[in-house]
Ligand binder design. Structure first.
Ligand code: SF4
Ligand code: SF4
Ligand code: SF4
Length: 266
């Protein structure tokens, strides 16, 4: 394990793992940890507040800086108030957009059905709020008592695991193009590189999209295909204006012919 990797891991261990991107690193805590190791100021983690900024300064032997301010009041442990998201379920249209946006998979529900947030898992990161088309997600104060250091570390480790599973699933979905990819694409390669260096981190693999099979067509087939496509387009245009049984049948035949020719040449 190299020194730089150990340093990034130590920095990451102090970050809350909310994966909110408020530090300016869209993809969450690990990219910020890497950037801190490379020299970025260590006071930008908003949910971590002053305690995290100070802990990082001590770890790195740097001057203590004032932490980036949160919009929430400060709790008894010096960190900003913990929040939770709640869906107004009677207004939810079941579009599933919030599921993909939640970095720790704290939302359950499926297409066209009401969605619910698993309160225990929610970190109040707010990432589910912008994608909701009907604006039915609220943030409320987390009324649970402030966690002890041991509980917080266990929570952080769990959130990191959940985020890495989320990244792996989103990566697969991005490649398969299934479901909405609401959040900007995560730099999976960075996480894969780090997870490969430690058994403590869940494994992440960059999913490879199969290369499209190169199809070589002879000149005759190419001309034939172009002709069929032109006829199909013409018929589709005509049918969009007025339905005609003969033309519909012709369109179906031409489409089948096109598929057969393409299949034969693949
Ligand atoms: S929890 Fe802190 S370090 Fe992690 S993404 Fe949010 S602001 Fe950045
Ligand atoms: S439910 Fe929303 S606020 Fe809670 S962790 Fe998921 S994305 Fe963040
Ligand atoms: S984004 Fe909003 S409307 Fe869509 S499933 Fe989530 S809570 Fe419901």
């Amino acid at each position: 394990m190299n020194t730089q990797f150990s340093l990034i891991q130590s920095i990451d261990a102090l970050l809350p793992q909310t994966q909110c991107g408020l530090c300016g690193h869209r993809d969450g805590c690990l990219p910020y940890a890497k950037s801190i190791a490379e020299g970025e100021d260590a006071n930008k983690c908003v949910p971590g507040g002053q305690p995290v900024a100070d802990a990082l300064a001590s770890l790195l032997g740097r001057d203590k800086l004032t932490a980036e301010e949160s919009v929430w009041p400060t709790q008894s442990d010096g960190r900003p108030q913990r929040m939770k998201a709640v869906i107004r379920e009677d207004e939810c249209i079941g579009c599933t957009k919030c599921i993909s946006a939640c970095p720790v998979d704290a939302i359950i529900g499926s297409g066209k059905l009401m969605h619910t947030i698993l309160t225990d898992l929610c970190t109040g990161c707010e990432l589910c709020i912008p994608p909701c088309p009907v604006d039915c997600i609220d943030l409320v104060e987390d009324l649970q008592s402030v966690p002890t250091d041991i509980i917080r570390i266990a929570e952080q480790n769990d959130l990191r695991d959940r985020y890495y599973s989320h990244i792996q699933r989103e990566e697969k979905r991005r490649v398969d193009r299934k479901g909405p990819v609401v959040r900007a694409e995560i730099d999976t390669a960075l996480f894969a590189q780090f997870s490969a260096q430690s058994t403590a981190m869940p494994d992440i693999q960059v999913a490879e999209k199969p290369e499209p099979v190169a199809v070589k067509l002879d000149a005759k087939t190419t001309i034939e295909l172009a002709k069929i496509r032109t006829q199909i387009k013409k018929l589709e245009k005509q049918l969009s204006v007025r339905e005609d049984a003969n033309k519909r049948q012709m369109l179906e035949q031409l489409t089948a012919q096109l598929n057969a020719l393409q299949g034969a040449s693949a």
